[in-house]
Every structure is written in structure tokens, then in C-alpha cells.
Ligand binder design. Structure first.
Ligand code: PEP
Ligand code: MG
Length: 542
């Protein structure tokens, strides 16, 4: 039995078998001579073809078979074969490096083509090339066949989204910070999760583990008495969840009858069922960049439209705030080709990208506006620091409307809001208020920039003080400015659900808090036990 300590991301206690998920593919350039490397390439390629043929015979569903046939034809493609052979022969590189370069070249060739079908095949190239590299390295594929606790090393957000949710009992993000986007995603998917472990786990696949997020620990190979103890805890937790259900359809107000709406944060339209299940009052933050993260090429207007429409129409007249793409920093999307930066959090991110990627941004705005007739859509701009950025977006929205009119596509006017998540935006929010219809305070970035604490760095996590007067003073200031300008103000960062601060927010006049769906009922329950007459704002800010 061994116990490892980390930091809680999402609460829960689960018992299950471990699956190691390490998706780092690092290629080795050690060559055993050109002839041998070419042979290794062909052996691996043929063996992958054999694997696909076996899957082809096992699968009954036609759609699966079509994909598998296209993988096989790619593996037999002369371009792939000749390019790799020539790289090995002419550049004297290893078979692993050669296939990696071929993959890159083929992807570029395909994505420059003016053919939607071939563009789609970019995903297939990655799939088959990675399979060949893993075969050469003798690495086994990670296939999660039954509900498991996943130990993730270097897992990307898109990989997490690709795993069937019923297969994830719990998640251990060994080296990620609890404020990283992968952790936020785990939280919105309500996956019991801890992150930022103090030491690397020495474990094997399939070992029995207990993930106890309440105590920030994971127990490997637990003793019998511990298994029994934790089974009882699981039963009690199930009972608490049942209790929370009582708040689902209740009119929520504080003891002194003050109201605050509880919205949901989502990263994908797949989470809509959770939002409806918990009866959220709206969506306060749809992180649209996950659509880009989960795609291998720029998502088309129609692809985006389908996802946005699902949210907007499911929520009916409740507001759905969709944030335009916040790409950059720890949400890098390879096909944007953003060059490596020394300080990505202070770099090319969010609204700062929109001028250079204007066409991509316009595609998103058109997809969004098209959904406006299906419900109560609102659009929100991320990472604002000055008025020019807002004016640029407002102009783009007008251009997008003109384009839709020319195409005879209907749309409604929508409210446009700004995320207040940089100290600059917070301090000039009186000016910003003249141009937008609402504010949403992003406490994750606002506190990162205010307190100079990198949200991605577990080392400085312990000095993060959620009651720091700098943060609370700004929240108070922003909400006052919003009231003076008669616009709504919400909080959508992780601090929104903080039990100790809920009363303060309500007293400040915050209209809505937006939290992961999994916290909605708990927040509603907490609100009912607050009496704002007992809250003295001065104690929080002075
Ligand atoms: C925030 O910064 O508080 C926020 C909600 O946005 P994100 O976490 O996606 O950066
Ligand atoms: Mg942010």
C-alpha cells in the first residue's frame, strides 16, 4: 500500500483499476543504418495494416469499417511510402524521425488542397503515422475498455474530451496544476480528480487504487480494511448527492430574500445534458476554444453552428453566453501555428489574435449569429485590455451581420459583453461599460495577473490567497461600475463557487455566478443559508 498526495480538482471518492495514460510520443533518431531503418518502417507499417484488417473483420458497423478502410489505404499510399524511404536514404534519419517528417509534410499537402474530403484526412494521417511510430517503439496502444481511474501524464484537453465519459471513474493529473484548463475541464465534466502530485507515482496498469479527492490523496494497492472503509464513504456520498437534488427546482434566495442566478460553465455542447440536469439558470461561460482544440483543422461555420445551436436552443429563453475563441497560453491549437513564446500567459492570446486571424474569427461570429434566432444568445470577448479591442470586435460583428443579410440568413441582435479578467480591464471598466452590455469577471486570470501567480505553476499555488483584498476590492469596484452603468455583471472564474465569498458577491450586487454544472446544486444550497444583513463589505475589502 502506498499513498500519494496531490491537490483537489473535483471532489469525490472512487475505487477502481488504474490505467496509465502517457501520450508523449518522442521520437528517437538513433539509426541502425538506412537499409535496416527502411526495413523497420515497412515491418511496422505492415503490422499496423494487419491490426486494422483484424479490427475490420471484428467490427460489424459499416461506419467504423469505412474509417478503417481509409486508414489502410493511407498506409498503402505511395506518397507515404516513398517520402519516408527517401528521407531515410537521403537524410540518414531514423525510421521514427522519417515517419514523423512524412506525417508533417503530408498534412501540409492535404490541408492546402481545395477539397473538403481530403482536408478531413489530415486527422487520419496523424492517426496512422503515430501508430507506425508506436509500433517501431514497441509501445502498446492506450485503450480504455472498462470504467477506470486514469493516471494522466501530459494529457491534452482534446485527449480527455475524446475518452468516453463512462470509462472515466476518476482522474489523476500527475503534473498539471489544479487551475490548468485540463483540470477545469475535469471539473466541468464532474470527474473526481486530483492534480499536481508531490511525487511521481510508481504504479503498473491495472493496479487497484482508491482516489480520495476529499483528502487530496490516491492510495495504491489499498489494504482490505481500507477498501471496506471507502466503500462506506462512497455510499454516504451518494446519499449527499440525493439530498442536493432537493435544490434543483427550488426558487433560490438568501435568508433575507436576495436573489442571485446560478449559471453553468461549459467547454462543449456535450455538457448540455449536465446543465439541464442541474437546472442551471443559464450558461455563463461557454469556452468556445475547445471546439478548435478538439479539431484538427479550422472548424467550419456549419460545424460550429451545430454546436452553438445545440446549447442556445436547449437553454430556450435562459441566457447562453458564448465566449469567442480564447486561444493561446495553455490552450495552443497546432494549426494556428503560433510561434513559441517565453511568457505565453502574457502573450498572444484571446482577443489579441483576432486581427491576424480575422477570417477565422469572422467564421465564428457568423456561426454564432446564425444561432441567435434559436434562443437567448450573448457573445463575450476574452482577454480584453483596451477599448480598441472591443471596437474591433463590434465592427466584426457588424460585418458578420452584413454578410448573413447578403446570404438571406436571419439573425437577431445579441448582447455583447466583455470578460473582465485583466487588471487593465478592471481598472478601466467604467470606460468599457460604455461599449458593452454586460461584464463577466474572470477570477482565474484576474487573480493570476493581479497577484503575479502563474495559474499553471503548482509551485506557487500555495501562496494563492482567494481572500486577497486586491481581488475583492476589484470585484467590488467592477460590480459598482456595472450598477452605475445599468449593465449586468457575473463572475465566471473558479472563485465564483467559493462558499466563503458567496455572501460578499451577493452584497456587491453580482447578478450571476457561473460554475461547473457539477457545483450548481451545492451553490444553490449554500445561497439559501446566507443572510446578507450579516455581511459587512468593509471586512472583505479593507
Ligand atoms: C477566467 O479567467 O476566470 C476564466 C473564466 O476564463 P479561463 O479560465 O478560461 O481563462
Ligand atoms: Mg480567462
Amino acid at each position: 500500500m502506498k499513498r500519494y498526495i496531490g491537490k483537489r480538482v473535483f471532489d469525490g471518492v472512487v475505487i477502481g483499476n488504474l490505467v496509465l495514460y502517457d501520450e508523449n510520443i518522442s521520437v528517437d533518431n538513433k539509426s541502425e543504418g538506412n537499409e535496416m531503418e527502411i526495413k523497420k518502417f515497412h515491418n511496422a507499417r505492415e503490422s499496423v495494416i494487419e491490426d486494422y484488417k483484424n479490427i475490420f473483420h471484428e467490427k460489424k458497423q459499416l461506419s467504423d469499417n469505412t474509417i478503417i478502410l481509409s486508414y489502410i489505404s493511407l498506409l498503402e499510399d505511395l506518397d507515404l511510402i516513398e517520402m519516408t524511404e527517401s528521407l531515410i536514404a537521403k537524410e540518414n534519419v531514423s525510421s521514427q524521425v522519417a515517419i514523423q517528417k512524412t506525417c508533417h509534410n503530408l498534412k501540409q499537402m492535404f490541408s492546402n488542397l481545395d477539397n473538403e474530403y481530403l482536408k478531413e484526412r489530415v486527422k487520419d494521417i496523424d492517426e496512422v503515422c503515430n501508430k507506425i511510430i508506436k509500433k517501431i517503439q514497441n509501445k502498446k496502444e492506450i485503450i480504455i475498455t472498462s470504467p477506470s481511474i486514469i493516471l494522466a501524464r501530459n494529457m491534452s484537453v482534446s485527449s480527455l474530451l475524446k475518452i468516453e465519459s463512462s470509462k472515466i471513474l476518476g482522474l489523476i493529473l500527475e503534473d498539471a496544476s489544479p487551475n490548468s484548463h485540463i483540470a477545469i475541464l475535469a471539473r466541468s465534466l464532474a470527474i473526481p480528480c486530483i492534480a499536481s502530485l508531490y511525487e511521481r507515482m510508481e504504479v503498473e496498469n491495472d493496479e487497484l487504487v482508491i482516489l480520495d479527492c476529499s483528502n487530496n490523496c490516491v492510495i495504491v494497492s489499498p489494504l482490505k480494511y481500507e477498501i471496506e472503509k471507502y466503500k462506506k464513504i462512497c455510499e454516504r456520498n451518494d446519499f449527499y448527492k440525493q439530498e442536493l437534488n432537493a435544490y434543483k427546482y427550488k426558487e433560490i434566495e438568501t435568508i433575507d430574500k436576495k436573489r442571485v442566478k446560478v449559471f453553468a460553465n461549459v467547454s462543449s455542447s456535450l455538457e448540455i445534458d449536465n446543465v439541464l440536469e442541474n437546472n442551471a439558470d443559464g450558461i455563463g461561460l461557454f469556452r468556445s476554444e475547445y471546439i478548435y482544440l478538439n479539431s484538427d483543422t479550422f472548424p467550419s461555420e456549419d460545424e460550429q453552428f451545430i454546436q452553438y445551436k445545440k446549447c442556445v436552443s436547449s437553454l430556450k429563453d435562459k441566457p447562453t453566453i458564448i465566449r469567442t475563441m480564447d486561444i493561446g497560453a495553455d490552450k495552443q491549437v497546432s494549426y494556428f501555428n503560433i510561434s513559441k513564446e517565453k511568457n505565453p500567459a502574457l502573450g498572444y492570446r484571446g482577443v489579441r489574435l483576432y486581427k491576424e486571424y480575422k477570417e477565422v474569427f469572422m467564421t465564428q461570429l457568423k456561426a454564432l449569429l446564425r444561432t441567435s434566432i434559436y434562443g437567448n444568445l450573448r457573445i463575450m470577448i476574452p482577454m480584453v485590455t483596451n477599448i480598441d479591442e472591443i471596437l474591433f470586435v463590434l465592427n466584426c460583428v457588424n460585418e458578420a451581420k452584413k454578410d448573413l443579410s447578403l446570404r438571406n440568413i436571419p439573425y437577431n441582435n445579441v448582447k455583447i459583453g466583455a470578460m473582465i479578467e485583466t487588471p487593465a480591464a478592471a481598472l478601466i471598466c467604467d470606460q468599457i461599460a460604455k461599449y458593452v452590455d454586460f461584464f463577466s469577471i474572470g477570477t482565474n486570470d484576474l487573480s493570476q495577473y493581479l497577484l503575479a501567480i502563474d495559474r499553471e505553476n503548482p509551485k506557487v499555488l500555495d501562496i494563492f490567497d482567494y481572500k486577497h483584498k486586491a481581488i475583492l476590492k476589484l470585484i467590488y469596484y467592477i460590480s459598482n461600475i456595472a450598477k452605475q452603468n445599468d449593465i449586468e455583471v457575473g463572475i465566471c472564474g473558479e472563485l465564483a463557487r467559493n462558499k466563503d465569498l458567496l455572501g460578499f458577491y451577493i452584497k456587491c450586487g453580482i447578478d450571476e455566478i457561473s460554475v461547473s454544472s457539477s457545483y450548481i446544486l451545492e451553490c444553490k444550497k449554500n445561497i439559501t443559508s446566507i443572510n446578507t444583513n450579516e455581511i459587512d463589505i468593509n471586512e472583505y475589502i479593507n
